[in-house]
Design a protein around this ligand. Structure first.
Ligand code: MD3
Ligand code: FE
Length: 214
C-alpha cells in the first residue's frame, strides 16, 4: 500500500525536524465526532489545574483518558491509573480517538503504536505551557501523537538543549503532529493563547497527546 493512500486527499505533510512531522488538517473532517468523544471523557473526569512541583498553578486545564493519566502535584509529575479527584480509573480511551492516533502514527512510520495514555489539555485565552521535555515515558523510542482543535496556537519547538532558540510553528484546528526519533527529547512549549472564537469549540484550544507510557 502506498504511504499516502489513507490520507485525506488534501492533507499536506511538513517535516518539522528529524523525526517530527506535521499532518496539516489530518483530523479536520472528523472534528465533530472527536469533540463529542472528548466532551464525554470530560464529563466523567473534569478538567483541573494542577500544581507544579515548584508551587505554581498551571494555566492549562487537564484531564486524561486511557489506562494511564498524567498528573502533577507538589511531589512531582507522574502517571497514575486512577483519577485522584474520584479515585476511579480514568475514562476509557474512546475508539474514535485511539483510531485517529493510530492512523496518524502509521502515516508517519509507526505502524504498531498502541497508546496507553491520552492527556487532554485545554487552553483558554492567555493560557500557556512553559518550555519542557516529555521524558516520563519508559520507552522513548515510542512516538507521541498530538491533536490540536479549536483556536490556533504558537508552538515552540527546540532541540534537546534548553539553550537553543526554539522554532515557532502555528498549529491550527485539525492539525496532528507525530514526534519521534531524534525529536522525542526536544524542549517544547506553547505561547500564551490569543483570544478568538472558533466556530466549533468557542473560545478555547484543545490539545490531546497520545503516549505509550509503560
Ligand atoms: C515535542 N502539550 O502536554 S503537544 C504536553 O499543545 C505538551 O498542549 C502541548 O507539550 C500542547 O506535554 C504540545 C506537542 C508535543 C508533545 C510531545 C512532544 C510536542 C513534543 C515530545 C517531544 C517533542
Ligand atoms: Fe510536552
Amino acid at each position: 500500500m502506498d504511504l499516502f493512500d489513507s490520507l485525506p486527499p488534501d492533507t499536506a505533510l511538513t517535516p518539522m525536524a528529524p523525526g517530527a512531522v506535521l499532518l496539516h488538517g489530518f483530523a479536520r473532517e472528523e472534528d465533530a465526532l472527536l469533540l463529542q468523544a472528548i466532551e464525554s471523557v470530560l464529563t466523567q473526569a473534569p478538567l483541573r489545574h494542577w500544581q507544579t512541583p515548584g508551587g505554581y498553578t498551571m494555566s492549562v486545564g487537564m484531564s486524561n483518558c486511557g489506562p494511564l493519566g498524567w498528573v502533577s502535584g507538589a511531589s512531582g509529575y507522574r502517571y497514575t491509573a486512577q483519577d485522584p479527584a474520584s479515585s476511579q480509573p480514568w475514562p476509557a480511551m474512546p475508539e474514535s480517538l485511539m483510531d485517529l492516533a493510530q492512523r496518524a502514527a502509521a502515516q508517519s512510520g509507526y505502524p504498531h503504536f498502541e497508546p496507553d495514555a491520552c492527556l487532554i489539555n485545554q487552553y483558554a485565552p492567555g493560557a500557556k505551557l512553559s518550555l519542557h521535555q516529555d521524558k516520563d515515558e519508559h520507552d522513548l523510542s515510542e512516538p507521541i501523537v498530538s491533536l490540536s482543535l479549536g483556536l490556533p496556537a504558537v508552538f515552540l519547538f527546540g532541540t534537546a538543549s534548553r539553550a537553543d532558540r526554539p522554532q515557532r510553528w502555528r498549529l491550527v484546528h485539525g492539525d496532528v503532529v507525530v514526534w519521534g526519533g531524534p525529536s522525542r527529547l526536544a524542549f517544547h512549549g506553547v505561547n500564551a493563547l490569543g483570544d478568538g472564537e472558533h466556530s466549533l469549540l468557542g473560545r478555547r484550544r484543545l490539545n490531546l497527546t497520545f503516549r505509550r507510557v509503560r
